[in-house]
Ligand binder design. Structure first.
Ligand code: CA2
Length: 150
């Protein structure tokens, strides 16, 4: 049997709070539930998903930087508030040169003006935003379609 495609899913600061606060903005699912759904969807599609969360920008940069050597074919990334600030994450994505899909639970473009700028978008092949917990699984579908064409 062919080896499963490996996908790295990274979530940034405060996303460990999902399901406990602001459900009207971010939904009721916990990050553990979102990760479990993503792993299950990956299995259906022949992919192995490694899902992680950190509150630290440098850890995201480290994980992105190691992704190719660790055997990942692509990345799903919800950088949280670092979306709007982090040139370091942008640069790490450019350097690793793996296809990355930017993921958001909410639709940042429909929120405060400071959320309208994404610093990471230029280093991503696409973006899924505004579908709550489903954004992650939809992004996985899109990434796997791209990888299957490669
Ligand atoms: O919609 C998204 O996924 C965001 O990446 C979430 C970030 C926000 O800064 C981005 O603009 C859009 C915030 C994540 C904070 O997560 C919380 C979860 C539950 C309760 C409070 C915060």
């Amino acid at each position: 049997m062919a080896a499963a495609v490996r996908v790295l899913c990274l979530s940034g600061p405060n996303l460990q709070l999902l399901g406990t606060r602001e459900p009207e903005v971010y939904g009721k699912a916990t990050l553990a539930e979102i990760h479990a759904r993503l792993v299950a969807r990956g299995r259906e599609l022949g992919a192995e998903v490694d899902a992680r969360q950190t509150n630290h920008e440098g850890t995201l940069v480290d994980w992105i930087g190691e992704a190719r050597a660790s055997g990942f074919a692509g990345i799903l990334l919800n950088p949280g508030a670092y979306t709007h600030t982090s040139i370091a994450i942008h640069d790490a994505l450019k350097a690793v040169s793996l296809p990355c899909v930017e993921v958001h639970l909410s639709n940042p473009d429909a929120r405060e003006p400071f959320r309208r700028r994404s610093r990471v978008a230029r280093a991503c092949i696409g973006r899924v935003a505004g579908f709550g917990a489903d954004s992650y699984a939809l992004a996985l579908d899109g990434l796997l379609r791209v990888l299957s064409r490669a």
